[in-house]
Design a protein around this ligand. Structure first.
Ligand code: NAD
Length: 503
């Protein structure tokens, strides 16, 4: 048996219960089907086969989950932070113990390659550990004094919250939202993406086995426009943490407006990697290709626009094209695979449509630009050259292993091109001129920038975007600010003079 066959057999074992019983909802600690009895399919991007039937929930299921989260809130929010920390560390340990199961399931449900997904569970556990450690001090604030008053500022958990996640790296992203919410003392209703629901169900089961009380985390599967919508409208849900497309963010903001929902949005990107002629070209090429061709390019922070100084444009694009052509595309459970199949035929169709658009707009396809085979959602790692910033391939988020290269003359033009998109999530800058790096990073419109580096996440730093890429920040203490209300209580220090009216 080859390694791949062996891995496929293991993955089948890990998913066997889902294949048999379906991916059910998880409400108040119980496995429950959608109340309507309806189901939808989650399919394998490898060959389109049905992996499992999934509960297709609607408003009634969301209402039941919100009721469970509401009932669990008083006890969980009053559980001492040190106790919540202990439980969440146990969740982290349990995730680590089942890292292979999570990774293999994720690969089959999303098409993401094992070489990256094997780290996803570990990253998820790290999220739990990081936020768990802050639970004991999450309520703390400052004391400020005036001659007459003592102000004490503190935080308290906001209440039951909704978490809505996308399909690209569902396990990691779910933990990224759920761990700080739980650490802050909130209870959660999670609505995972319909294309990749499996590991969300595993997460809640793992968490409860590790000691998370029932009802603290609830999972409801279903479509965005029904189950997701109801979650954003529910009056007992105090905040919505959403990761997904910018236009869905707009809809959620409108849906949440009547109940004045607090929202946190991590949305799309069209992130530039800007390479100046004084940069270390080998390192820049490695980083740029890593950031667009890893995770199938289905990554919000992917470097999907390659802006290169004219003098080195041909050299850089030739090197990038050579890497793109060498990359192994294959089964997600093959340890050698770099690019696996895209998540779903619907998404594959969208990505393929940009190959036609590139041709129509007059760009050159320097690498890839085609579907691979007839079975599964495989597309080749692609590089478009000779593009201009006005083209759709330079403006729109393609969300696949597809890179658009554009030349620039000087710093001013690089900046203008970089900022001339509706998004502003991340930017990558390659130069050995420190002063230029300072000038550029001062003016680039992006929430996160990396100089002479690929995206390396450090959990205490803020994560999030500007413009159409998001509202709010995750990481560090920013997550707690979102999941908690800040409250000030003022005490008199002396018998100060109170204004007397009418006397
Ligand atoms: P999507 O917006 O289509 O769906 C995301 C989630 O929203 C799904 O669970 C979906 O069911 C739900 N949803 C859809 N309509 C809804 C509605 N009206 N009300 C409530 N919920 C609704 O996004 P996707 O296609 O699953 O994911 C890809 C997108 O996510 C890309 O744009 C990508 O850039 C973005 N993303 C951003 C980040 C980030 O941190 N900024 C990270 C990962 C992915």
């Amino acid at each position: 048996m080859s390694v791949v066959d062996d891995n496929i057999a293991k993955a089948k074992d890990y998913m066997a219960r889902f294949a048999k019983d379906g991916v059910l909802n998880h409400i108040a600690g119980e496995n429950v089907p959608a109340m309507s009895g309806e189901t939808m399919d989650t399919i394998s991007p490898v060959d389109g086969s049905v992996l499992a039937k999934v509960a297709k929930s609607d408003a009634a299921d969301i209402d039941a989950a919100v009721a469970a989260a509401k009932a669990a809130f008083p006890a969980w929010s009053k559980t001492p932070g040190a106790e919540r920390r202990k439980i969440l560390i146990k969740v982290a340990e349990a995730i680590e113990a089942r890292a292979e199961e999570i990774a293999f399931t994720e690969c089959m449900d999303t098409g993401q390659a094992l070489r990256f997904m094997s780290k996803a569970a570990i990253r998820g556990a790290a999220n739990f550990r990081f936020f768990a450690d802050q639970a004991p001090t999450a309520e703390d604030g400052a004391v400020t004094r005036t001659p007459t008053q003592m102000n004490t500022t503190s935080r308290r958990p906001i209440g039951p919250v909704g978490v809505i996640t996308p399909w690209n790296t569902p396990f990691m992203l779910s933990t990224w939202k759920i761990a700080p919410a739980l650490a802050a003392g909130c209870t959660v209703v999670h609505k995972p993406a319909e294309f990749s629901p499996m590991t969300a169900k595993k997460l809640v089961e793992i968490a409860e086995e590790a000691g998370l009380p029932k009802g603290v985390l609830n999972v409801v599967n279903g479509l965005g426009e029904t189950a997701g919508k109801r979650l954003t409208e529910h009056p007992d849900i105090k905040a919505i943490a959403f990761v997904g497309e910018s236009r869905t963010g707009s809809m959620i903001m409108a849906q949440g407006a009547p109940t004045l929902k607090r929202v946190h949005f991590e949305l799309g990107g069209k992130n530039p990697v800007i390479v100046f002629d004084d940069a270390d070209i080998e390192r820049a090429v490695d980083a740029a290709t890593f950031m667009i061709y890893s995770l199938n390019g289905e990554r919000c922070t992917s470097s999907s626009r390659l802006l290169v100084q004219e003098s080195i444009y041909d050299e850089v694009t030739e090197k990038v094209a050579a890497v793109a052509k060498r990359i192994k595309v294959g089964h997600p459970l093959d340890p050698e695979t770099v690019v696996g199949p895209l998540i779903h035929p619907v998404h594959e169709k969208k990505v393929l449509s940009y190959f036609d658009k590139a041709r129509e707009e007059g760009a050159t396809i320097a690498a890839g630009g085609e579907k691979i085979g007839t079975e599964g959602c495989y597309v080749s790692p692609t590089l478009f050259t000779g593009a201009t910033n006005q083209m759709a391939i330079a403006q729109e988020e393609i969300f696949g292993p597809v890179l658009t290269a554009i030349p620039f003359k000087d710093e001013d033009e690089a900046l203008a091109l970089a900022n001339d998109v509706e998004y502003g999530l991340a930017a990558y800058l390659w130069t050995n001129d420190l002063n230029r790096a300072m000038r550029m990073t001062d003016s680039l419109e992006a929430g996160m920038m990396w100089v002479n580096s690929e995206n390396i996440r450090h959990l205490p730093t803020p994560f999030g975007g500007v413009k159409a890429s998001g509202i709010g920040r995750d990481g560090g203490d920013w997550s707690f600010d979102f999941y908690m209300e800040t409250v000030n209580v003022s005490f008199p220090r002396t018998g100060h003079k109170i204004p007397k009216l009418g006397g």
